[in-house]
Ligand binder design. Sequence first.
Ligand code: SF4
Ligand SMILES: [Zn+2]
Length: 369
Amino acid sequence: MTIWNPWHGCHKISPGCANCYVYRRDESIGKDASIVSKTGDYDLPLKKNRYKEFKVTSDDGTVYTCMTSDFFIEDADEWRQGCWDIIRFRQDLSFHIITKRIDRFEKCIPSDWGDGWGNVTISSTCENQDRTDYRLPILLELPIKHKQVICEPILGEINMEKYLSSGLIEHVTCGGESGSDARLCDFRWVQEIRRECIRCGVPFTFKQTGALFLRNGKTYHIDRKDQIPQAQKSGYSYIPGTNSASLISYKLPDRIELFDRLSKSTFRSRFCLSGKDVDTVKQKGFSVIRDHAKDFVKKRLSAENPENDGKQTPMKGHPVFVAQHATASCCRSCLEKWHHIPAGKELTLQEQEYIVDVIMEWIKNNIEI
Ligand code: SF4
Ligand SMILES: [Zn+2]
């Protein structure tokens, strides 16, 4: 990876900017980060060594461009064309530009941009729902060959499935905020975006926990050096088709505590067996119903990314379907939220057995033979 900062300095325009690391770093050395100026590295990708070879080569990996400013900031309108010329010239390098100003993109592209350049990836930052709903519709419409989304620092719950389902977003990265004034990163927000990525087949990276991390009702203060390793260790990044989540360690809920929580949920406790469901159970007997449950769980839930996830369990028509909704074992999202079984992995036989046990326990509790 190479970092190319053709200019330095920026203006805060978004909630995600509040604790901007460019400002923090500049303040610590008495520099004014709001002054945008060209750097000595403006032409870095053209610089050569004493053997007249480019200093930056494709072996160095992606060239992250403009990491101490915003590539599309107004102050740099005069200088940007020169950067495009460099990017066009260095076809052998992949440039990645991360911006909070995707709304300026169209005004800032070179005349021969066409439908995008293959060596340029543009990432739009989306730190909350409001900025997501503003920026992603713009990103989706733009002529860009490689589009990504970065939710960092994530500041609240974000739903972006309607944008991800377009198939135009290649990757989503999520992470918490660092620094002494860091705002909270709730792991549930990370999980929610990850589940949406799984359903849409989009690779997802959980990059860092941030300094203030909430998980399972507990807030953790995480040391700078541990923020990236801890996120990596969690296993919550996702690459479609790799069953990568099978390495996540988690604990199934205590059964008594689970049923207690379910009974307190207005939505879950609303489900009850109809007269017809009761008759079905009575006629067929528990062991046949258990076989049906086994079959449904295997066919509709056990794949890494089940078809129609979230909609695969009818609300009625079989006692097992009703029990699945009542016990939150209707889809992979509910299994993750209520039973801690990570989405994005194939269910093991033990997990399938556990789910069937829960379903049967609920049916038995709701019927008398
Ligand atoms: S856009 Fe990026 S670099 Fe600019 S102030 Fe905001 S966080 Fe900092
Ligand atoms: Zn569900």
